[in-house]
Write a protein that binds this ligand. Structure first.
Ligand SMILES: Nc1ncnc2c1ncn2[C@@H]1O[C@H](COP(=O)(O)OP(=O)(O)O)[C@@H](O)[C@H]1O
Ligand SMILES: [Mg+2]
Length: 395
């Protein structure tokens, strides 16, 4: 049997571009070379997709000589994902040699069209907007290629904090109470919006843009003045803004989930943020002794730990999770009340990231985790193929 061809996509247009490079490098290093052939595909900050000799090195050093930017489009009738080479020049032959020595594209086939169709599975290692939010997943669905991780709906739901809350609330899962507004309404009637938030949620309150990550645009607001500043800040990043009751004495508990229709949950872990809450600096800036700490497993009573794992699986199923996700909770340490916070469908994937570390602590090594994710991608693709796409009345 030949090797499984895995296209690993990394970089992207989100604020988590660098994190994606680190995650993807770890993934490519750990994919078993006996079993997989890797095709690296980069996305630059400006959105250009690049293939060529070493897209990872090119993105890291922002030096794009030796790479070619390609226009991507999906055409299932021609079996897959295609790349239109924008500039077929004398350097084109270089393009054909990827790091693995494999021919990624064959312009000779149809002029300057390049075919990624004989890729067996795509592994998007893209965090945040235009990667983790269902957009790239939509392209891959159109192309009809199997891919690792959540599908379009789950990705979009997990990215949108308002839609996520609406869905899990309807399932009776525990979340902190919330109010949301559009940016337009905030412009038109700011006093009414603030009255509504204050009367329903009180202070302090967390204010967030609906779609973002890395704590960007998130504020803890203690009074009406800081609420106004917080909403203005969130409104810079999104058209829809969420205000949430602040969970008191909040401990940050995270669970890794793996699987398609019968997902399993890892032991819970805990993040001890270096700041008042887990903001951007606590996530990415503080280091050394100042850095936020991961406790694996989280020091929890067995009953609480079981309850949280159960909730992680219910949440995953509620949003049609597939492949993987990290489910994050906030635990009120005084009242012993647990609240769902959010789901990350493409969590940090470096060997020191919570997602793979929780699996390691639960008996699944990093390379084994990758094997399972690829298998799950193929399994879900097969399952989707079982659906009739065309209805013929009377047959
Ligand atoms: N309702 C809340 N109560 C207490 N702390 C919160 C609440 N919402 C967010 N936080 C704090 O803000 C951090 C970032 O919020 P989160 O919704 O996880 O955004 P992101 O998607 O950017 O990670 C959380 O990890 C937590 O520290
Ligand atoms: Mg978070």
């Amino acid at each position: 049997m030949g090797k499984i061809k895995v296209a690993v996509i990394f970089g992207g247009r989100s604020g988590e571009h660098e994190v994606s490079l680190v995650s993807a490098q770890s993934v490519m290093n750990a994919l078993d070379p006996e079993r997989y052939e890797i095709i690296p595909v980069g996305i630059r900050r400006d959105g250009a997709w690049i293939v060529g000799q070493n897209p990872m090195r090119a993105l890291k050093h922002e030096d794009f000589s030796g790479t070619r930017s390609v226009a991507m489009f999906a055409d299932p009738s021609k079996q897959g994902l295609w790349a239109m080479i924008e500039d077929v020049s004398e350097e084109t032959p270089d393009l054909l040699d990827t790091a693995g020595g494999r021919e990624l594209v064959s312009p000779s086939r149809i002029g300057s069209l390049a075919n990624l169709s004989d890729v067996d599975v795509v592994f998007p290692v893209l965090h945040g907007t235009f990667g983790e939010d269902g957009t790239v997943q939509g392209l891959l669905e159109l192309a009809g290629v199997p891919y690792v991780g959540a599908g379009v709906l789950c990705s979009a739901l997990a990215m949108d904090k308002i839609a996520f809350k609406d869905v899990v609330k309807a399932r009776g899962l525990p979340i902190s109470d919330y109010v949301w507004t559009t940016r337009r309404r905030w412009r038109v009637e700011p006093q009414v919006v603030m009255d509504e938030i204050a009367s329903r949620l009180g202070y302090p309150v967390f204010v967030k843009p609906a779609n973002l990550g890395s704590s960007v645009g998130i504020s803890k607001c203690l009074d009406r003045d800081s609420l106004k500043r917080g909403i203005d800040a969130a409104a810079q990043y999104d058209r829809r803004i969420l205000a949430e009751w602040a969970v008191p004495h909040a401990r940050e508990i995270e669970v890794s989930v793996l699987g398609n229709e019968e997902p399993i949950a890892s032991v819970p872990g805990e993040v001890v943020p270096s700041r008042e809450f887990y903001d951007y600096a606590a996530k990415y800036i503080d280091d050394g002794d100042r850095a936020s700490k991961l406790l694996i497993p989280a020091p929890l009573e067995a009953t609480m730990s079981d309850q949280i794992r159960e909730l992680a699986i219910e949440t995953y199923k509620a949003i049609d999770g597939a492949g993987m996700a990290r489910v994050d909770f906030l635990l009120d340490d005084e009242a012993d009340e647990i609240y769902l916070n959010e789901v990350n469908t493409i969590p940090g994937f470096t060997p020191i990231s919570m997602y793979p570390k929780l699996w390691e602590a639960s008996g699944i090594s990093y390379p084994e985790l990758l094997n399972r994710l690829v298998d799950l991608a193929l399994e879900r693709y097969e399952e989707n193929q079982r659906s009739e796409r065309i209805y013929r009345p009377g047959e």
